[in-house]
Design a protein around this ligand. Sequence first.
Ligand SMILES: [Zn+2]
Length: 411
Amino acid sequence: MYTERLYYDYAAPEPYPAEIREIRLQGDRAAILLDRTIFYPEGGGQEADRGSINGVPLQDVKEAPAAGGGGEEILHIVSAADAETMKPGPASLVLDSRRRRDFTVQHSAQHLLSGTILRLTGNYTVSMRLGAETCTIDVDAPELSADTLARVEDAAADAIEAGAPLLIHLCPPEDITKFPLRKVPPQGEDVIRVVEIAGYDFSPCCGTHCESTAQIGLLRILGAERYKGMTRVTFIAGRRVLAQSRLLWRNGETISRALKVPVMDSGAGVLAFLERNAALEQELKALREAAAEQKAEALLVRARSLTDPPSGESSSRSAKVPLVAEIYNASFDEILRIGRAAQKQTSAVLLLASRDEKKFAAFCSGKGTDLRSLLKTALEENGGKGGGGAGFFQGVFETVPALESFLGNMI
Ligand SMILES: [Zn+2]
């Protein structure tokens, strides 16, 4: 079905009258066909417009080969549930003009960027994508240096300041060679639409565009990375630059206040902070090790009294597995540090518990003792869970009294 295309000439937020000609149900969605439309259908790397028809929100707008043959038709996609409230007849079209404006600016910025890269480096843009957050172009260069990208950005800023007009040429294919096009024109079109940035760029394009480069406002290259042998350049333009600048400045102010450095030095401030932090972490690690060594030494004194009993010690005690148990108001990590520091210097079993985490760890370097069989009964009797091997075992209890009772059973 033929639909008059008004989207190149209409970008306002005010309602626009049209007529619904047909409603086609397609599963859980429906296509609305209009006599005329202000909505841009997805194409040429630019996303479809959003908005509403008689208050029903559009999910998508796309071009498809006409159902009855004879060219393309424009399908306005809504949900099937919404479509049931609609009927053929008069319609009020409302464009999400802010979104359209944004994509229009990004699209014109893309032409300016691609044209500027071609002019300064001789490299062509192979593909482009205008995303809702950022936009990219893929350039046929194995790499573009930071210096080159800065020169491109400056040259684009010059073109924006110059306020160069954007001109639309509708050209029959046989005359297309009169334009120095940056990319190959589409084949099989009756009329080729050429977008010119006066003095800067000519490109065949079906997208929406600004009237002048001044409307782009600013073009920022966010970065470049290698992509399939080419360079993918990420950029934003217009109000997106303003929004990003605002956000970055706010982040900079937060860092500035927290680290007491000027906003413009916040990057260096963060690096210096991280360096100090790494040094403190090293210092803390050493202090923790030293504290663990001290606690381990206290355990070893007790262990030695069991493993090297003075003469005259009762024989019943030496028949038992020598075991030193201790409960600490400390994290389980700290328990592990103490145990590791002490275990190599004694053959006694070390049974160490963290009151904070209701966990214990048992260490045994002596041969002939299996911690699994040694701890099994007391662990089960007190409702604990655990696992490990002959020389290292760990477990956890639901409550501190259960943990304490377990330790009591073992000594
Ligand atoms: Zn384009």
